[in-house]
Design a protein around this ligand. Structure first.
Ligand SMILES: Nc1ncnc2c1ncn2[C@@H]1O[C@H](COP(=O)(O)OP(=O)(O)OP(=O)(O)O)[C@@H](O)[C@H]1O
Ligand SMILES: [Mg+2]
Length: 321
């Protein structure tokens, strides 16, 4: 294992509230085949993936169901070895689970018997941090995601969205320089999801990490990312790498522009041959509720200034509308 980096001593750490700790990533010639057990056929999942990601860049991966997106994230995290090519983070080859990487899954995967606070502390316990440092860091992170009041609640008593916030705080525990998110918001309703997209961007502004996010939602990809990388059906290859030139900080009203529509059309054009149910479903889920226009959304979810954690309202019901 890589040595777990020693955390900084105070809670006002640069990576918790500052900028500039994001890692640069390089994938070169990544290929991977799953070999079927007991004579089952082998499945080629990744083929010739070359991708460079700059520090602090936000990259969205989009592609058809089963093409290999989650597999690619696992390779990036060092959880799975590719059979061709190399992955490096800040110039260092990844050969095993890498402590510089924080992971957020579609399902929050929290430990049911532990409080939110104890879930956030879990990676720090494994890393052997002192109890005082764990407690201070967990308090800082729960504050960052607006959940201090829920510190002692168990996951079973929290809504799905709130649980996902806890899992994002946990992913930030060891001050990762890269966060991988695998369809993190797909279980949320459309309006909650829009709010979470804004929250993720605010968090990104304050933590300075590089982000790679898998989504089936084209608007979400365009709204969040600096680049949208489109993958082919299995075996996944990169078929388009589309730069999103929208200025930051972004606003929900950006989604309501001809520029974004044309970018989204560009992404969709590279997916047209893939008859993708998942993307069609996401588009239906992201549809604006009856009676609202896209212009209503920014007003309904007023954006706060960057640096203000008040955007997280832990008391708001997930399906507020
Ligand atoms: N451990 C494994 N062993 C064998 N096959 C696997 C394994 N993990 C994934 N696969 C297969 O590899 C392919 C890619 O899976 P993966 O989960 O990476 O796709 P995905 O793009 O994330 O799909 P989805 O959009 O459904 O999340 C699928 O055919 C899947 O069945
Ligand atoms: Mg997947």
């Amino acid at each position: 294992m890589h040595p777990v980096p020693e955390p900084e001593a105070t809670m006002a750490t640069p990576s918790a509230h500052g900028r500039g700790t994001g890692a640069g990533i390089r994938l070169s010639g990544i290929g991977l085949t799953f070999h079927g057990a007991h004579g089952a056929p082998a499945t080629r999942v990744l083929e010739g993936i070359d991708l460079e990601i700059a520090p602090r860049e936000v990259v969205a991966l989009i592609g058809p169901n089963g093409c290999g997106k989650s597999t690619l994230l696992r390779v990036l995290a060092g959880l799975l070895a590719a059979d061709a090519g190399t992955v490096s983070i800040d110039g260092q080859t990844v050969t095993e689970p890498d402590p510089r990487v924080g992971l957020v899954f579609q399902e929050p995967r929290l430990l049911a018997w532990r409080s939110a606070e104890a879930n956030v502390r879990f990676p720090m316990e494994l890393a052997g941090w002192s109890r005082e440092r764990q407690t201070a860091r967990a308090d800082d992170l729960l504050g960052l995601v607006g959940l201090r009041e829920y510190a002692h609640s168990r996951p079973g008593t929290l809504s799905g969205g709130t649980r996902q916030r806890v899992s994002i705080a946990r992913a930030l525990a060891l001050e990762p320089s890269l966060i991988l998110l695998d369809e993190p918001f797909s279980a949320l309703d459309a309006l909650t999801r829009e709010r979470f997209n804004l929250e993720l961007l605010r968090l990104w502004e304050r933590t300075g990490t590089t982000i790679v996010l898998v989504t089936h939602s084209i608007p979400e990809a365009v709204f969040l990312a600096d680049r949208v990388v489109v993958l082919s059906p299995r075996p996944a290859r990169i078929v388009a790498d589309i730069r999103v030139g929208l200025p930051r900080p972004r606003r929900l009203s950006d989604l309501d522009s001809a520029f974004v529509s044309s970018l989204a059309a560009d992404v969709r054009a590279h997916l047209v041959d893939t008859t993708d149910d998942a993307i069609a479903m996401e588009e239906a889920r992201m549809a604006i509720p009856a009676g609202l226009t896209p212009r209503d959304l920014p007003r309904r979810y007023a954006e706060t200034d960057p640096g203000t954690p008040a955007l997280f309202d832990p008391f708001a019901p997930e399906d507020e509308s």
